[in-house]
Design a protein around this ligand. Structure first.
Ligand SMILES: *[C@@H]1O[C@H](CO)[C@@H](O)[C@H](O)[C@H]1NC(C)=O
Ligand SMILES: *[C@@H]1O[C@H](CO)[C@@H](O)[C@H](O)[C@H]1NC(C)=O
Ligand SMILES: *[C@@H]1O[C@H](CO)[C@@H](O)[C@H](O)[C@H]1NC(C)=O
Ligand SMILES: *[C@@H]1O[C@H](CO)[C@@H](O)[C@H](O)[C@H]1NC(C)=O
Ligand SMILES: *[C@@H]1O[C@H](CO)[C@@H](O)[C@H](O)[C@H]1NC(C)=O
Ligand SMILES: *[C@@H]1O[C@H](CO)[C@@H](O)[C@H](O)[C@H]1NC(C)=O
Ligand SMILES: *[C@@H]1O[C@H](CO)[C@@H](O)[C@H](O)[C@H]1NC(C)=O
Ligand SMILES: *[C@@H]1O[C@H](CO)[C@@H](O)[C@H](O)[C@H]1NC(C)=O
Ligand SMILES: *[C@@H]1O[C@H](CO)[C@@H](O)[C@H](O)[C@H]1NC(C)=O
Length: 363
């Protein structure tokens, strides 16, 4: 205990200017460039100001690996005529770093990462070993950290959903999205676009940006595989909707997304009958009745049936159009019944129109 304290006192003493002992100063280690995983321009720079008379033997960078600082690289001043090289504990850097020794114009040793990996995220120190007029000295810098970021990538696939088929109005549908959300882990947000009735132009209707995203570290990397689930109550208006899962990284939505189109079955509704005259003449004339409806699946032509109010048990015509006979006895209330089916269920809806066929005054 006593000897340790003595040693500490001794080291402090020799580095004080006013002891008159020449001493290397401003030893520090810092990073330059972008600390991103993969192809990189990141540099670790160890700089110092030697005093004249210091004979520098080596400049070593050590990294904290498994809780201990280990020397990974050694650099040499110009007069030693030795290339910077990896030490045994730094072999993991082989092939992806370059070492630039200090030189006459700059007292900086530079370790350039051409490619970074997760293991590079740790603490680093620099140590200079030199001979001064009082013998061999060692000086160590404060530590600096490398914190690496990882870019997210496009989600693994289009969002999957359950049930995967036969979605009908009113059902809960659970969408799932997975993918590499980078480091630090980003999140997914969901956007639902509906199509308008006439065209395919999708219109954003809902943004869900607070749906939970969970993450697991991707084996062999330090980036995260995120998962997010969105639960939607399907409505008829969601038929043909686009459900998009989008990556948000460091709070910024990225142009990285995947989307699914959904088919939502809904019962036939809004049955409407319209009439048109074939000839615009006064008096009796043949009239075409046209029946339209909304539903998914759309009502097939054969699933439109026409009835007369006076004979409700008899189908007078099948198909979306009905040509009425132009005889007085044909005056009646005409009913169009439209039907669609899905998931083993059948739905129908109807609408009626009154047609009065009058007598020509001169007949
Ligand atoms: C000296 O080292 C610096 C930093 O590594 C480098 O930019 C410069 O090109 C080197 N100069 C010579 C003459 O090698
Ligand atoms: C750095 O990596 C690029 C490709 O990623 C390669 O073309 C280049 O030769 C590498 N440079 C060094 C010094 O390893
Ligand atoms: C090293 O760290 C100590 C304690 O945090 C600080 O007082 C000192 O200024 C640092 N030295 C340099 C060169 O940054
Ligand atoms: C994320 O995890 C899912 C399984 O939960 C897997 O199918 C997928 O391939 C993983 N994605 C990545 C980028 O690791
Ligand atoms: C489609 O409908 C929208 C209103 O829902 C209308 O503004 C637009 O002009 C229509 N487009 C076409 C091609 O009919
Ligand atoms: C999510 O955000 C929506 C509005 O954007 C809000 O109505 C809802 O309460 C939020 N849910 C949670 C769990 O924060
Ligand atoms: C019903 O259909 C008619 C004609 O197609 C349309 O004008 C109307 O907007 C529809 N109503 C609803 C509630 O969809
Ligand atoms: C029109 O008359 C023809 C022949 O008399 C008949 O078969 C048909 O069912 C009639 N149509 C309607 C809609 O009553
Ligand atoms: C038309 O709809 C009404 C109410 O939904 C129903 O009571 C009636 O039986 C239907 N008529 C036909 C001919 O299907």
């Amino acid at each position: 205990m006593k000897s340790v304290m003595y040693l500490y006192f001794f080291l402090v003493l020799i580095c004080l200017k006013d002891t008159g002992v020449e001493c290397l100063t401003n030893l520090q280690i810092s990073t330059v460039g972008h600390a991103v995983l993969g192809p990189s321009d990141l540099e670790l720079r160890c700089s110092y100001n030697p005093e004249s008379g210091d004979d520098i033997y080596s400049i070593d960078i050590s990294a904290e690996l498994n809780g201990q600082y280990r020397t990974i690289v050694a650099f040499y001043p110009e007069n030693k005529r030795k290339d910077g090289r990896l030490r045994m504990d730094g072999n993991y850097l082989n092939g992806r770093v370059t070492m630039n020794n200090p030189n006459q114009s700059s007292d900086v040793a530079v370790l350039i990462f051409n490619q970074t990996e997760c293991i590079d995220e740790t603490m680093y120190k620099c140590r200079v070993t030199y001979d001064s007029n009082i013998g061999t000295q060692n000086q160590e810098s404060n530590a600096t950290a490398i914190y690496l970021e990882g870019r997210p990538t496009v989600p693994d696939s289009v969002p999957s959903y359950i049930p995967s088929a036969g979605i009908e109005e009113g059902m809960s549908v659970v969408f799932t999205c997975t993918g590499n959300l980078g480091k630090p882990m980003g999140k997914f947000r969901w956007i639902v676009y509906r199509r308008n009735a006439n065209g395919s132009m999708p219109i954003q209707v809902s943004l869900y940006d607070n749906v939970t995203t969970t993450g697991l570290e991707i084996p062999g990397t330090c980036t995260f595989n995120g998962t997010s689930q969105l639960t939607l109550q399907a409505e008829s208006l969601d038929n043909n909707a686009v459900v998009r899962c989008e990556v948000v990284y460091q709070d910024v939505p990225q142009d990285l997304y995947q989307q699914s189109n959904i088919n939502v079955y809904y019962s036939v509704r809004n049955v409407t009958v319209t009439k048109s005259y074939l000839h615009y003449t006064f008096g009796p004339g043949r009239t075409t009745l046209t029946c339209t409806s909304d539903g998914n699946p759309a009502v097939r032509n054969d699933d439109y049936k026409w009835y007369k109010m006076s004979q409700q048990n008899t189908v007078i015509e099948t198909g979306f159009q009905l040509l009425t006979n132009a005889t007085v006895g044909e005056s009646d209330v005409y009913i169009c019944v439209a039907q669609n089916s899905y998931n083993g269920k059948t739905f129908s809806s109807n609408s009626s129109i009154q047609i009065k066929i009058g007598k020509m005054l001169n007949s």
